[in-house]
Design a protein around this ligand. Sequence first.
Ligand SMILES: [Zn+2]
Length: 268
Amino acid sequence: MMRLVQKLIKMIMKGVNQYGAHVNIIKLPIVPKVIKMKNKTILSEEFLKSINNTYTHLIAHHSTGFDNPETKDWDNIDIYHRSFRMNWNIMVRPETAYLKLKKKIELQGNIIKVGNSYYPKDQVLEFYKRASVLMGEELYLGQYVSTYIKNTKIETPWNAIGYTLGIERAGGKLVVRYGRKLNIRQAHCYQEGMNSHGIGLLIVGNYDKAAPDGELWRFAIKVVREIKNARKGLIVLGHREVKGVKKTCPGELFNMKQFREDLKIRRK
Ligand SMILES: [Zn+2]
């Protein structure tokens, strides 16, 4: 069998058919060989190129929740940042915010029903006031539209997740997620002007409760090293190390000193 195949190949190569007659061999244009280079970087070229000189710092963060290895936790944080929020809860999700604001409100004494949830009236009034500004139009609120109530904890949606990028386990694998573009102001650390010159890296997981495992640690090192290579002289800090920050972020068990040490060591 092999011999027959080899014979056939030889015949074809010579331009001879099975009867020994010459056949026309269509000469194909010479196409340059495309050598597929194995992507050496974890981060996309597009992202690495977008790091401009404005960025002098990289700030590492963690999340309050655990990293579920099967799900994309980053997506939930993204939705959270783009929602109307109150006391750490999503009040109105981005995709339905407008609809609910326009139609689904109901006043019941000192309580206002938004969608299927109930909120104190004063907080909702502030919510509407801010939403009106955000949406560039006055929202109908009848007699309450002129009321102004201070000291509310309602946060209006951001136009993107606050972090520049993130690391998480999804589908059992460590992956990089891209967030806020670097040509706009970041939203992860307002102290020391970090939102304008700090890249925000979210390492999904709560490192107040457990230290990051070795695999995640090495992955994070590789990612930060790539950023450092793209932007020479970048200073790497944990969120808590920024002056004025009263947080443990990226977690009490996330050793920033060790992280910076490990950044210097090249492993194969
Ligand atoms: Zn943080």
